[in-house]
Design a binder for this molecule. Structure first.
Ligand code: MOS
Length: 734
């Protein structure tokens, strides 16, 4: 059953994407569409005293200007359904809800015009008078007012006491600034007014069902009246797990005008939506002289808004990686006058593991131990938080294979000891860990007598390769060539799926296909048995597979009937099945993906310029469904890790509570020149416990630990420890 599963199949949607045939939310051309442009708040906190839209309305081609004073009705912010990814505490932001300003960049008016240019110009004529209130947007200034949030990691032993008594101690504070997702595709929604109050919404989203439920609850509509589609998504990374405000505004516009509306945010406006929260991470590690851990304390303080308490697990990852009898984990959040922070690729782990793995490197230096050797001495075969075994954990192999591919044994442990001409050479390493999640997901398969199958599911493919892996799995379990499989995704009328996130879609969607294909096989077998002189007359469901267009006995391949014959005899030209797959998620095992990252940097001694010349990322993530798309996921994560280590930072002017680099010219991300040699290794990791196919997902593990490996390499090159990301050359020279 593995002709396609695991193979390096090129993306089935690749041709459509490179030729422009794949349409994104803002690209659906429809007749008589009105264009929106958003006016945003210039203050971070206060209320709107007066909003004057008269000049804007006088512009030729302007149809209407919506504000909190004249918008169509919408439900209050404490409505029961918030959205699938909303924090438990608080009320989601609702655009144009009232006169209250909660963050700079908050939408205060929507200009609707015949042409986009007209809307854009008229927006500049909307006059807003504010009543300002004092604001706080600086995490460092507010860190002492942060409040503790409940997290699942329990303390063990007495970490304070053990830390104080430790033979060797490392205590330090690390800082990760606010970062933004910056997906290539702008946040966009095209709302088609279908008449009679029915809407079709093309939205940039990771979850069409989430958006549909949200719209139904906010606008009191029936689910049959709202269809949400996102056939293609140009990058997301968590930015559109939650329904974003442009979608709500576009719907408000459509309801007000009874007409189709398109709204595409500007790049700058996108910075007032989700972001990776700035986080202070305090680590305390206590070791015995032999290099085993006796105490771990990890405290995180991260940013959220005044209206929702968002946080993820920054602390507690040490429990999964390192044996230690005394641990304490604390997570606090600082409520600031900013939009709510959000999920961004491996949320919590990307920041928390950066700090943990930097601290482990510092401890290794203090112990005069090779940093990989320290990790091996502390290696834990159990998740100590729940005292559970893993469904599988090949992290030792990650260390071994990664180190070998990198040439780690040739490392001189002395900082500043390795050189290449005028450059200092540094080698650093770190560990990565992420969750292997899976969610109930449904799929429909329609098999036609000509040997084609169409697989459909509401899930989005956010660029990760979902179309491709679903086609591969379907081809294998239906016994058909890949070219005969069609996949439809990103449509709320299709079988239900959760938001695409958390790296759970590969396992979830693949098993939805497997479960549904079993129903198809059941029906084909019933038809085959009904045939005269059937070679499968006494076969049971478990005895047969679908292969090479046939239904065939597992024990005796000569006992087979072609699917076409079976369907012909049964006088059916199509078999349609839909099934929701659920997983047997008892809590007897921990489920995680792991990685070991090895980084080489070269640092110009005079100028402090840092280049990341080599990265090896060895990943253990169960069965790899597609070696090519999976490698792309890890590569993308590594590139982002380079950005996190060296480039990325959302810069605020706290006097105004406003972002100063809300554009991709000044918000630095790695470019081709910053990305050199990246090697991805997938360590063999059979897993018979986690799910039938042994899939764990690879969308997020690729970034975790990368920034730490680079920071550790920079220390090794220069002897200088920078604990404040990004590591820019000025910090190195300080
Ligand atoms: Mo991911 S941060 O769950 O899109």
């Amino acid at each position: 059953m593995t002709a396609y599963i695991g193979a390096s199949v090129s993306r089935v949607d690749g041709h459509a994407k490179v030729t422009g045939a794949a349409k994104y939310a803002g690209e659906f051309n429809i007749d008589n569409v009105a264009h929106g442009y958003v006016v945003v708040s210039t203050i971070p906190k206060g209320r709107i005293k007066r909003i004057d839209t008269r000049d804007a309305l006088r512009v030729d081609g302007v149809i209407d200007v919506l504000t909190h004073e004249n918008r169509p009705p919408m439900a209050g912010t404490t409505q029961a359904y918030k959205d699938d990814v909303a924090p438990e505490e608080g009320s989601p932001f609702r655009p144009l809800y009232d006169d209250k300003i909660m963050f700079s960049g908050q939408p205060v008016a929507l200009v609707l015009a015949q042409e986009w240019e007209t809307a854009c110009f008229a927006a500049s004529l909307v006059r807003v008078e504010y009543e300002k209130e004092a604001h706080v947007t600086d995490l460092q200034a507010w860190r002492n007012q942060a409040i503790v949030v409940e997290k699942p990691e329990k303390p063990r032993g007495n970490a304070e006491k053990a830390l104080a008594a430790a033979a060797l101690r490392h205590e330090a504070e690390y800082f990760i600034p606010t970062e933004h997702h910056n997906p290539m595709e702008l946040f966009a929604s095209t709302v088609i007014w279908d008449g009679g109050g029915k809407l079709t919404v093309y939205d940039k989203t990771q979850g069409v069902m989430n958006v549909q439920r949200y719209l139904c609850s906010v606008f009191n509509m029936k689910s049959d009246d709202v269809r949400v589609m996102s056939p293609f998504v140009g990058g997301a990374f968590g930015a559109v797990l939650r329904p974003q405000y442009q979608m709500v505004l576009a719907v408000l516009g459509a309801l007000a005008l009874e007409r189709s509306v398109r709204l595409v945010l500007t790049r700058a406006q996108m910075y007032a939506l989700g972001y990776r929260p700035a986080t202070i991470e305090r680590l305390g590690l206590g070791a015995k002289a032999g290099g085993t851990l006796d105490a771990i304390m990890h405290e995180a303080i991260s940013v959220t808004s005044q209206f929702e308490d968002f946080s993820r697990n920054d602390t507690g990852w040490a429990d999964l990686l390192y044996k230690c009898p005394n641990t304490k984990f604390v997570h606090k959040i600082a409520r600031l006058d900013l939009p709510t922070s959000s999920d961004m690729r491996a949320p919590g782990a990307t920041t928390g593991v950066y700090a943990l793995e930097s601290a482990m490197d510092e401890l290794a230096v203090a112990l005069k131990l090779d940093p990989m050797e320290l990790r091996l001495r502390c290696y834990s075969d159990r998740d100590q938080n729940g005292d559970l075994p893993y469904t599988s954990k090949q992290l030792r192999e990650c260390y071994r294979q990664g180190a070998e591919a990198f040439g780690w044994d040739k490392r001189n442990s002395q900082p500043r000891s390795m050189r290449d001409g005028s450059e200092l050479v540094g080698w650093g390493m770190a560990t990565g860990v992420w969750e292997a999640l899976q969610m109930p997901t449904a799929a429909r398969i329609v098999l036609t007598a000509n040997g084609h199958a169409e697989v459909s599911c509401a899930a989005s493919d956010i660029g990760t390769g979902t179309y491709t892996i679903m086609a591969q799995v379907a081809a294998d379990v239906l016994g058909l060539p890949l070219e005969n499989i069609g996949v439809k995704l990103g449509d709320s009328t299709l079988p239900q799926a959760p938001v695409e996130g958390g790296s759970w879609t590969a396992a979830s969607a693949a098993h939805a296909v497997v479960s549904t294909a079993e129903e198809i096989r059941k029906e084909l077998l019933a038809l085959a048995k009904a045939m005269k002189n059937s070679p499968l007359a006494d076969a049971k469901l478990g005895d047969v597979v679908l292969a090479d267009g046939k239904i065939v006995s597992k024990r005796d391949a000569s006992r087979a009937v072609s699917m076409a014959d079976v369907m012909h005899h049964g006088a059916v030209d199509r078999i349609e099945k839909e099934k929701t797959n659920s997983f047997n998620d008892n809590s007897s095992h921990a489920r995680n993906t792991h990685s070991a990252i090895f980084a080489e940097v070269k640092v110009d001694e005079q100028l402090g310029i840092i280049r990341v010349t080599r990265i090896v990322n060895a990943v253990a993530a169960g069965r790899i469904l597609n070696a090519k798309t999976a490698r792309s996921q890890i590569m993308g994560g590594v590139v982002w890790g380079i950005g996190m280590a060296l480039h990325e930072e959302t810069v605020f002017d706290h006097r105004f509570g406003r972002i100063m680099n809300a554009n991709i010219a000044e918000y630095h991300v790695p470019v081709n020149a910053d990305v050199q040699d990246i090697k991805v290794i997938f360590v063999d990791e059979p897993d018979e416990i986690i799910n039938p196919l042994g899939i764990k997902g690879v969308g997020e593990i690729g970034i975790v630990g990368v920034a730490a490996a680079i920071a550790n390499a920079i220390y090794h090159a220069t002897g200088k420890r920078v604990r404040d990301l990004p590591i820019t050359l000025d910090k190195l020279q300080r």
